[in-house]
Design a protein around this ligand. Sequence first.
Ligand code: SF4
Length: 191
Amino acid sequence: MNLEEVGKLYTPEKMMETITTREYKEKYVDFEVTMKACRECPNYSKNWACPEFYEDVLENWDRYEHLDLYLTKINFTREALSASYDMDDIEFIINNTLFLERNKLISQLEEEEKARNGKCLSAGFCTVCDECSRITGQPCRYPDKCHNSIESLGGLVSDTLKGVFGEEIKWIDMENGKLPVNLSLLMGLLY
Ligand code: SF4
């Protein structure tokens, strides 16, 4: 599989909703729930964008008034849905659909972050460096490029998709190598 082939497997669909941080915190933030999942992740304490945090990250929900939520749906084609993929193909597809769209949006949100004196919220762990400097106990090399995910600050992604966008989160069937109808990417801007 190559980049050209992956590019033909999906169409991105973008949506945006604005919510006050007060409402978001009340309805969709549960740090204990997300921390439980984070502790089970191989990146826990190995990436500067991820927990364990040394500061009170929940303060972010009180520091800003508004949250723009950006949902990107990676809609797979009929051809993609009818195929079965091995683990290498699935990793290649995730990197060049979900992470590709994430990285494009990060560039846009970094501009907005500067313009509105806000905070960009990404998805997943930070992938700017091949190996995060946290692994060797060194400070972050590019703090301006390191963005927490919504989930790492306690945001419940599945509940947000349902409550704000009326969407259901879907998962890859790893056992059978099957893609879901769509994958979802939730990012945001606090300002
Ligand atoms: S910019 Fe590099 S060092 Fe900093 S969090 Fe990201 S991967 Fe780690």
